[in-house]
Design a binder for this molecule. Structure first.
Ligand code: CIR
Length: 258
């Protein structure tokens, strides 16, 4: 897929009040702001026109815009985030998405819940993560939308897995039929038939990488993964993500790409 645009939201000064399970200490706001600015520049270097939304102090997690929508060429689907404190983020970004030129805009409805971080696009197929945030109704609604749009979808249940917030915390599709995936998940039947780059536990956070046109955005600090990507002729673009990691956020969550 060739992307031309991205939507991001600047982290708010109350970013540290967001949800987190990481025991890495409180994020430094100034540094988060700088890392975010560098992330936006990286998207521009990959050829994207970036819409930068202002910080929204009502929602400390709102810099993680990916969770509020699932975007395809045929439709945008507004989600219904599983965490109560994040529910209002969808309305806050809906106007931007409605103005994005999508042929249609659909919504996940009650009692469904769904976070965009659980949804992994793999060409004409989607992996739908069933997680503590995205429930069966939410995943089922999205699956029906996607099938009506001509995609196929399969569910990956991560509810019993330890220390994984969203499906895309543990897998990324980087094109060329290649999945980056946590070692512990690599043998799932859903992932057979793909080239797998297995990520060991000491590099788990790195698995949330993002293919953007010619480059793969990867968090700094995961030498085995980076070397493996280079070895397979991908072009890793390394980004400091320390302050977002403290809030359980990865590279993919910081933007909506389309
Ligand atoms: C949360 O717990 O919802 C945020 N602190 C982090 C969300 C990260 N989003 C993502 O992985 N897609």
């Amino acid at each position: 897929t060739h992307f031309t645009k991205a939507i991001v939201r600047i982290p708010g000064s109350n970013f540290a009040e967001g949800l987190t399970t990481a025991e890495l200490g409180a994020p430094n706001y100034e540094l988060a702001f700088q890392q975010h600015a560098r992330y936006c520049d990286a998207l521009r270097e990959c050829g994207l026109q970036v819409t930068v939304l202002p910080a929204d102090l009502r929602y400390p997690d709102s810099t993680f815009v990916e969770d509020a929508a699932v975007l395809t060429a045929e439709a945008a689907i507004l989600t219904r985030p599983g965490a109560a404190s994040r529910a209002g983020e969808v309305e806050a970004i809906a106007a931007e998405i409605r103005g994005g030129g999508f042929p249609s805009v659909l919504s996940i409805n009650e009692p469904g819940t769904l976070d965009g971080g659980d949804i992994c696009e793999v060409g004409r197929h989607f992996f739908l993560g069933l997680s503590l945030r995205s429930n069966e109704e939410g995943v089922q609604q999205l699956g029906m939308f996607l099938e009506a749009l001509g995609y196929t979808a399969s569910v990956v249940d991560i509810r019993e897995m330890q220390s994984i917030l969203h499906l895309k915390s543990g897998i990324a599709y980087i094109g060329e039929n290649t999945l980056v995936v946590w070692e512990e998940m690599a043998d799932l039947p859903q992932f057979q038939g793909y080239e797998l780059i297995r990520v060991s536990p000491d590099e788990h956070y790195g698995a949330n990488c993002v293919r953007v046109n010619d480059c793969v955005l990867v968090a700094e600090g995961f030498p085995k993964l980076t070397a493996e990507l280079e070895c397979r002729a991908f072009k890793p673009l390394l980004l400091e993500m320390s302050e977002f990691e403290k809030m359980d956020g990865g590279l993919s969550c910081l933007s909506l790409r389309f």
